[in-house]
Design a protein around this ligand. Structure first.
Ligand SMILES: *Cc1c(COP(=O)(O)O)cnc(C)c1O
Length: 483
């Protein structure tokens, strides 16, 4: 026998792992208190904190301890030393990359589903939760305007959903030799990765350049398809983007849908960024035609205000998806309850799956859909207002117009004769200075080679003061650097 741990609390039971009800309660409340403290003071915290490896080595490098430590102390270290050294992606002035601002109900749903330790891989393993996943997928189907019978699964995110989609595409066109999928140069990198994983190879992916509006046009895709057919290749799928991560631009979904029907191709729409804008009138018109797609990637952890990892894939042809993934090993023979009782493990890579749909279900039930619609509209309005501010400011230049909450621009002092390159260097320095300041978190991109500052507004708590404060900080930093 090992010696008893020096400090026996709180893991005080004989096995060293089981806590008493009182201990669980007390520690659980402490965790909630730490979270509420963070959530209620978020606006006053820096939008981002990072650290160099060498600083973290000194603080956190250690061997796994053989002996117990009171959980209060362990949790304190997590809350003080580890968790805050990160981007606050949910900060109202986090406008970088793609923000993720969950509602409290989503965070609690994640906690509950972890605590109930739901195994959402089979109907046998989770009948109630599987049914709720079906309910939530049906909500999404209706919001998107996909035909009855469409379905899918919740995933870890947009990347996993894109991968699952391409598996279904491969399955539908299993007999084809030299298959090719098409995507624009603005498509998310996860699509190219997914193509690699499903074995399409470099020759199986055609990147089609976009026009000046960063969309790819059906005419251009049609030409490329004809070229490829002439070379003995078989086009199988067009991947459109509904809300490009760079600019928020949406590919012409109806035109691409018509093209795919004519050519007998699968239309996949990567709407991880912008999909939930369909809940608003502006978004619905921007995403017109999305319901005609064969598959749609969504990311509830973006514009539906869910905590990570909450993604989703919707497909028309659910059997194709299941053919792509289902495997029937002997040790799962008890789990076949028939077609009406899907085993979600048959629709994607994961067998052990967490109950992600609970987050969406609980938060939509709690707040009502109207609150979500209003919050999504508000972000789009703020981006339009940011564009107006940039248009009116003599020292700011618009580089891409407000689209689904994104605006790109650069600092460009009036009357200066800086080259594109010099402007790029100046804006890079502004970007660094704004990040160092901590008031807001912003990020940059490149548009047709030119360095661009980018605002991505996707937080239900962001206000015009937050956006204006950030733009005026950029102006102030720019003026200072030009001095
Ligand atoms: C964010 C994003 C993805 C990737 O989603 P993850 O949830 O990060 O895996 C894919 N496509 C688009 C358009 C995105 O914006």
């Amino acid at each position: 026998m090992e010696e008893a741990p020096k400090d026996p609390s709180p893991a005080s039971k004989a096995d060293g792992l089981t806590l008493s009800a009182e201990e669980m309660r007390s520690l659980g409340y402490q965790a909630v208190d730490a979270l509420v403290e963070r959530w209620s003071t978020l606006r006053d915290q820096p939008a981002w904190r990072g650290a160099k490896r060498e600083d973290l080595e000194g603080l956190l490098r250690e061997d796994a301890p053989e002996d117990a430590t009171p959980m209060e102390d362990v949790m304190r270290r997590a809350v003080d030393q580890i968790l805050p050294v990160a981007a606050r992606v949910d900060h109202p002035r986090f406008f970088a990359f793609v923000p993720g601002a969950p509602v409290w109900s989503s965070a609690l749903a994640g906690f509950l589903s972890n605590g109930f330790n739901i195994f959402q891989g089979t109907w046998l393993g989770s009948s109630g939760p599987s049914f709720v996943e079906l309910v939530v997928l049906e909500w999404f189907r209706e919001w998107l305007g996909m035909p009855a019978g469409s379905g899918g699964l919740m995933t870890s995110g947009g990347s996993a959903a894109n991968l699952d989609a391409l598996m279904a595409v491969r399955e539908r066109f299993a007999e084809v030799t030299h298959p090719v999928v098409y995507m624009s140069d603005q498509a998310h990198s996860s699509l190219a990765k997914a193509a690699r994983v499903v074995g399409l190879g470099p020759a199986g992916v055609r990147m089609v350049p976009t026009d000046a509006s960063t969309r790819f046009t059906a005419e251009r895709v049609r030409e490329v398809i004809a070229e490829d057919r002439a070379r003995g290749r078989t086009p199988i799928c067009v991947c459109a983007t509904a809300g490009a991560t760079n600019t928020g631009t949406v590919d012409p979904l109806s035109d691409l849908g018509a093209l795919c029907r004519e050519e007998g191709l699968w239309l996949h729409v990567d709407a991880a960024y912008g999909g939930f804008a369909v809940l608003t009138p502006e978004g619905r018109s921007a995403l017109q035609g999305i319901g005609e797609a064969d598959s749609i990637t969504l990311d509830p952890h973006k514009w539906l205000f869910q905590s990570f990892e909450t993604g989703c894939l919707m497909v028309r042809d659910v059997p194709a998806l299941e053919r792509g993934f289902s495997a029937k090993p002997e040790y799962l023979q008890d789990t076949e309850w028939g077609d009406d009782h899907p085993n979600f493990g048959d629709r994607g890579l994961q067998l052990s799956r967490t109950f992600r749909a609970l987050k969406v279900w609980m938060s939509v039930q709690t707040h009502g859909l109207a609150a979500f619609r209003a919050a999504i509209s508000r972000s789009m309005d703020l981006a339009v207002r940011a564009q107006a501010y940039i248009d009116a400011a003599p020292d700011l230049e618009l580089l891409s117009p407000a689209a689904l909450g994104i605006v790109c621009y650069r600092y460009s002092p009036q009357g200066s004769a800086l080259s594109t390159e010099q402007l790029g260097t100046l804006n890079e320095r502004i970007q660094d200075a704004v990040v160092d300041d901590g008031y807001a978190m912003v990020s940059s991109t490149r548009l047709e080679g030119a360095y661009a500052l980018r605002l991505c507004i996707m937080n239900y708590q962001s206000t015009w003061e937050d956006v204006e404060g950030t733009l005026s900080l950029v102006q102030a930093m720019g003026a200072r650097l030009c001095d």
